[in-house]
Every structure is written in structure tokens, then in C-alpha cells.
Write a protein that binds this ligand. Structure first.
Ligand code: FDA
Length: 346
């Protein structure tokens, strides 16, 4: 699959701090040291991210395998089976999102149909995540609808479910409209992602909840912070503001009777979400937690142990390199995974 190369600096940076916020500094000398360390970390991260395309793929794979199931469907199935065995559900994603023509979109659609068939034949407990741009959303939205519909139709026949991932803001309205169209036809087999960092999201929740209510369809939304760099006019960029809106959106989704996929590795949000669930007596079948494969496994396990449903986003496919570059840009801590991969073999 051919991908248009998007410069990492444009596409993959997150617009707010991540890990650093969880380790607030103390005062005085500690603050200076903390800031200097932070700057050094960021510089190192940037250097490694910039040199990533020139590193041998084999080397990059050594750190990437923690976050990607593999290149082939068998590896995706095997990892998913293991996660099922550990009591978790999965959502499977075929890596590769930016395409240049509709032939590639049709090829992706076929690949998804094969995936759905194979995963359901193997009785994997899970569903499927798709990125509409990989079905040609930005080339021909109507053809994208037809291709996505074929995938959702196949999932529906197998009593499964397709989640439409949310991409950058040029896609938001298109993806909401695509979802609404498919929801009308497949009320139990399609869901959408909304991003708490977008200022429009509250209004989108209301619009979708009104729509679902009118059509008599259940509403199934994955709520995440949002991963793309978006301008200040349309997105909250401050870390605490994003958290604040995440929780407000979560409450609104519950209020509007949506099933919510609480997609975050932020321990603060996880804990606040658990409080909301507890205080509002939300039943187990009205939400699930979701995390990316390989990320914060101890937090993930603690959520499972507490009795909540957990779904893991399992990416696989030949385009693992692009995916891992984005993960690296997102979290400076992963630089050390690369360094470890360089120095420790095996
Ligand atoms: P935050 O970024 O604060 O992370 C909290 C902690 O988790 C960090 O301190 C770090 O330790 C760890 N961490 C987070 N991300 C990590 C990573 N990649 N690697 C290693 N450690 C990491 N976005 C989007 O725009 N559209 C979408 O459709 C989706 N879909 C989606 C599905 C699922 C299941 C998840 C979990 C996430 C998404 N996202 C997404 C990504 C989401 O928007 C967001 O960028 C990431 O989840 C990171 O935000 P957190 O809420 O985890 O907080």
C-alpha cells in the first residue's frame, strides 16, 4: 500500500504535553533541573524522530513490536487471541491511511473484508476500526461511503461492529455524515470516534444524540483526546483544558444515553471516569475502557482487575513504520524504547 509521506512535524505532533504533566515539578532548583531535563528529552525525541526514516527498518521494528501486532493477519489474530485469553476485547486496525487513488481504497476494502472473515472464523472477540481516508474519503466521499458500507455490511452479517476512527479536522464533518448515513442502515454495527480537544465536540455529541434518538438507533461513541495538531481556533491545546473537556464530554455522552468507549491511558482521566461511572450507577454494558496495544499495560490490567470491560486497539499491517513514527512523536518516553532497542538485543 502506497502512502503519501506526511512530514512528521505536520502530522504527528500532539498539541499538548503528555507524560510530563503527570510528574509535576517541585520548587526552586528542582524546577530548573526538571525543565532542563524536559528540554533535553524533547530535543532527543526530535532528533531520533527526525532520523527515524534513515534507521534500518529492522532496528526500528525492535522497539515497534511492542506496539504493533505484526505485518500479517496471522500475527494480528494471534495477539488478539492472547488478549481475549486475558479477558480483553480487541478492535483491529489495518495500518496505512493516506492513499493517492481509489484503486488503493478498493484494495483496502478487500483487505478489511478478508480480515473480518478471518477474525470471525477464528472466533476472536472483537471488532474493527477503519480510517475513512483509507477508503478514499478525501478523493471521492461517495465512493468512500460505498466501500465503507461494504465493510460494515460484512461485519453486520457476522454480527460484528465497525468503528469509524476520527482523523484530522478536514475530515470531521465528512466522517460524522458518513457515520450518520451508515447508522441509519446498520444501527447496531457502526460507531464513531469523537475528540475531546475539538471545541465543536459538545455540539457534535448533541447533534448525533438527537439524530440517533430520532432514528431510534443506539449511539456508540469512542471518546479520545485527539491526536492531530489542530489550530487554536478550533481546538483546546492546553493539557488541563483537554482533560476538563474530556470529562465534560463523557458526562454528556452518558446523559444522552450513548455507549461510550473511554479511550485513554491518562490515569487521572481513568480514575475520574471510574468515579463518574460509580456515582451515576452506570451499568457495565453502557461503557468500556479502550487502550492502544502495548501502552500502559499496568494501568490497563488494574482497570480489568477492577471489573471493567477493556478493549485493546490492535494495529497490524505492512505500514507499521508510519504508525510507529506517530506513536514516537506522541510520547517522548518511547525514545528510551528505541535506545534500548539499539543497545539491548533480543
Ligand atoms: P496522554 O497523552 O496524557 O497519555 C497518558 C499516558 O499514557 C502518558 O503519560 C504515557 O505514559 C502513556 N501514553 C499515551 N500514549 C502513548 C503512546 N502512544 N505510547 C506510549 N505511551 C503512551 N485519536 C484520534 O485522533 N482519533 C482516533 O480515532 C483515535 N483512536 C484511538 C483509539 C484508542 C483505543 C486510543 C486509546 C486512542 C485513540 N486515539 C485516537 C489517540 C488519542 O486521541 C490520544 O492521542 C492518545 O490516546 C493519548 O492520549 P491519552 O488520553 O492516553 O493521554
Amino acid at each position: 500500500m502506497k502512502n503519501i509521506q506526511i512530514p512528521l512535524s505536520q502530522k504527528c505532533q500532539k498539541s499538548y504535553n503528555t507524560a510530563d504533566e503527570h510528574h509535576s515539578p517541585g520548587k526552586g532548583f528542582g524546577v530548573i533541573l526538571w525543565h532542563r531535563t524536559k528540554i533535553a528529552h524533547n530535543m532527543l525525541n526530535k532528533i531520533i524522530a527526525d532520523t527515524l526514516p534513515y534507521l534500518p527498518k529492522k532496528l526500528v521494528w525492535m522497539f515497534s513490536k511492542k506496539y504493533v501486532a505484526g505485518e500479517h493477519i496471522e500475527e494480528g489474530i494471534s495477539i488478539s487471541r492472547e488478549l481475549n485469553r486475558q479477558g480483553m476485547l480487541v478492535t483491529v486496525d489495518l495500518l496505512g491511511e493516506f492513499i493517492t487513488n481509489l484503486d488503493e481504497a478498493r484494495k483496502n476494502k478487500e483487505e478489511y473484508r478478508t480480515i473480518i472473515q478471518r477474525f470471525s472464523d477464528d472466533n476472536i472477540r472483537g471488532n474493527f476500526s477503519v480510517k475513512p481516508t483509507s477508503f478514499g474519503l478525501l478523493i471521492d466521499p461517495e465512493e468512500c461511503y460505498r466501500l465503507t458500507r461494504e465493510v460494515v455490511d460484512m461485519a453486520a452479517r457476522r454480527k460484528s461492529f465497525v468503528r469509524i476512527d476520527m482523523e484530522d479536522s478536514q475530515c470531521t464533518r465528512l466522517e460524522i455524515d458518513l457515520f450518520k448515513r451508515l447508522l441509519t442502515e446498520y444501527p447496531h454495527n457502526v460507531g464513531l470516534v469523537l475528540q475531546a480537544y475539538l471545541k465543536r465536540t459538545r455540539a457534535d455529541i448533541e447533534e448525533l444524540a438527537d439524530f440517533a434518538e430520532k432514528k431510534g438507533c443506539p449511539l456508540n461513541i469512542r471518546l479520545c483526546k485527539g491526536i492531530y495538531v489542530e489550530p487554536e481556533e478550533i481546538a483546546w491545546r492546553d493539557f488541563h483544558q483537554v482533560r476538563h473537556h474530556y470529562l465534560k464530554d463523557l458526562e454528556l455522552l452518558f446523559q444522552r444515553n450513548a455507549y461510550v468507549g473511554i479511550a485513554t491511558h491518562d490515569s487521572f482521566l481513568v480514575s475520574e471516569a471510574q468515579s463518574i461511572i460509580h456515582e451515576q450507577h452506570r451499568s457495565n454494558d453502557s461503557y468500556e475502557f479502550q487502550m492502544l496495544y502495548g501502552v500502559t499495560p499496568s494501568l490497563r490490567d488494574s482497570i480489568v482487575t477492577a471489573g471493567h470491560s477493556m478493549r485493546i486497539y490492535v494495529p497490524f499491517g505492512k505500514d507499521w513504520f508510519g504508525y510507529c513514527s506517530r506513536r514516537l512523536k506522541e510520547n517522548p518516553k518511547m525514545v528510551y524504547d528505541i535506545l534500548k532497542a539499539i543497545f539491548i538485543r533480543g
